[in-house]
Every structure is written in structure tokens, then in C-alpha cells.
Unconditional design. Structure first.
Length: 233
């Protein structure tokens, strides 16, 4: 479904990605791992067309999306839960959910606000609250719900549970498992390795802007030297 080969990207004259390779099948969960500053967010932003790639290829369902504008990439069925959540502070929770809702792929059973409230019952009672008055956990649930309301086929989460209390983190993982059971593909960045590895089918490790390791969770758990060298655990 998503195939990245030899992806490079620059910020001005400074090169951030030096050859990212990644492949994710339909219905699969993939993680993007690596220490701080290794290129995870840049890779995600290049997939979404937020950062322009300077070389390599990114294809989604066989369509080359590298260099397309973000709105076209989103319409092809990729939903983003961005780092820092980026909730509209001056819109209510419900307005945040519906502001960018769409069904460009004609999903027969599209996401609705009510379905998002079923996934995250915490949100149901906060429908009229302004975005900036929501807690971090509520904002993250809202950011996931807002992405689902675009009816994507691939959901990308940059820092899925960053800064959230353990109980809220578990609610986010449970929701992601339910979404995955529905057939959605997921690409996820997070610092909580043990939760991630339980959830993932395949893992990609970046070091200095390059894919240096890829494989299943069992293989990664067993490879102490890779864990230590690239993830510091
Ligand atoms: P973190 O986990 O800290 O978010 P990351 O793996 O997501 O790290 P990136 O944020 O993609 O890493 O950063 C990759 C490299 O690109 C780093 O060297 C970083 O300093 C650089 N970089 C990121 N954003 C910019 C920017 N806007 N301008 C210039 N350089 C940047």
C-alpha cells in the first residue's frame, strides 16, 4: 500500500533524509523508530507533502505521491495525526471533528462524530468545549477522531501517546487496535517501545536520516545490539 524507496529531503541546504526505505501492506501496522532527530517527523511530513522530497520515491496504492500537494495526498486516503496534535483552539471539539471531514473515496460506512464518540466516550461530553480547553488526552483523541473523519485508508500518527498519562495511553492503544481490526493501515511513531512492538507487524529504524533496520517485532525484541545502538534501550 505504501512504499518508500531511497527517500531524501533537505531543509534549505541542510540534508535531513539520506535514503529512507519503508513498505507497509494493506491492513498492516508499521512503526517508524529511532532516536531524537533521526528523521521520523521529516519522513512523515514528506509522505504528507508538508516537506518536499528531494529524491527517491513514495508510492501509495501504486500512485507516485512524492511532491504532490498535501490536500491531494490527503484525498487519496492518508490521514495524519500530527506531532503536537494541532487542534484548532478557537473551534469547539465537535467543530474540530467536522471542519475537515470528507469521504473522497466513497467509503460505504463513513466515520461520523457519533462513531468517534463511541470510540472515545470521553469526547461525547465535551462536544461544545473549545479546543484550547481540552486536556492533552482529549486533544489526542480528538486529533485521531479528526483524522478518521476524513475516512482514510492509511492513518499516520506522529507521537501517538506523547506526554499522556499511562491510563490515557492505554485507551489510545485500545482505540488503535479497534481501528486496525476494521482494516485500516497504520504507520506510527511513539517512544513507548513495549506498547508499539505489541501492536506492530513490521518496524523500521531510522538513523541519521536513513533506514538502517527493518523487521518484525519478535526479531527486534531479540536483537539486543540493534535495540541498544539505535534505540538506546
Ligand atoms: P524527534 O523524535 O526529536 O521529533 P525525528 O526523528 O522526528 O526527531 P526530525 O524532526 O525529522 O527527527 O529531524 C531530522 C533532522 O532534520 C534533524 O537533524 C533536525 O535537526 C532537522 N530538522 C528538522 N526540522 C527542521 C527544520 N524545520 N529546519 C531545519 N532542520 C530541521
Amino acid at each position: 500500500m505504501l512504499k518508500i524507496s531511497g527517500l531524501t529531503s533537505h531543509y534549505g541546504s541542510s540534508q535531513a533524509l539520506f535514503g529512507v526505505d519503508l513498505a507497509l501492506g494493506a491492513g498492516q501496522v508499521a512503526t517508524l523508530l529511532g532516536r531524537n532527530g533521526m528523521g521520523k517527523t521529516t519522513t512523515i511530513n514528506a509522505i504528507m507533502g508538508i516537506v518536499p522530497p528531494s529524491g527517491g520515491s513514495i508510492s501509495f496504492d501504486g500512485v507516485e505521491i512524492s511532491g504532490l500537494p498535501s490536500f491531494r495526498i490527503a484525498r487519496l486516503g492518508i490521514g495524519l495525526v500530527p506531532e503536537g496534535r494541532q487542534i484548532f483552539p478557537n473551534l469547539s471539539m465537535r467543530e474540530n471533528l467536522i471542519a475537515t471531514a470528507s469521504n473522497h473515496l466513497g467509503h460505504p460506512d463513513p466515520w461520523t462524530a457519533e462513531r468517534v464518540y463511541e470510540l472515545f466516550p470521553e469526547l461525547a461530553t465535551r462536544a461544545g468545549s473549545m479546543g484550547n480547553l481540552l486536556s492533552g488526552g482529549e486533544q489526542q483523541m480528538l486529533a485521531i477522531g479528526r483524522a478518521l473523519m476524513t475516512n482514510p485508508r492509511l492513518l499516520i500518527l506522529d507521537e501517538a501517546t506523547e506526554g499522556l498519562a499511562p491510563m490515557i495511553r492505554q485507551k489510545i492503544w485500545a482505540a488503535l487496535k479497534a481501528i486496525r481490526a476494521d482494516g485500516l493501515s497504520i504507520l506510527v511513531v511513539d517512544k513507548n517501545l513495549s506498547d508499539l512492538l505489541k501492536f506492530a507487524d513490521v518496524n523500521f529504524i531510522l538513523a541519521r536520516g536513513k533506514t538502517v533496520w527493518s523487521g518484525g517485532s519478535e526479531a527486534l525484541r531479540a536483537d539486543r545490539s540493534v535495540l541498544q545502538r539505535h534505540l538506546g534501550v
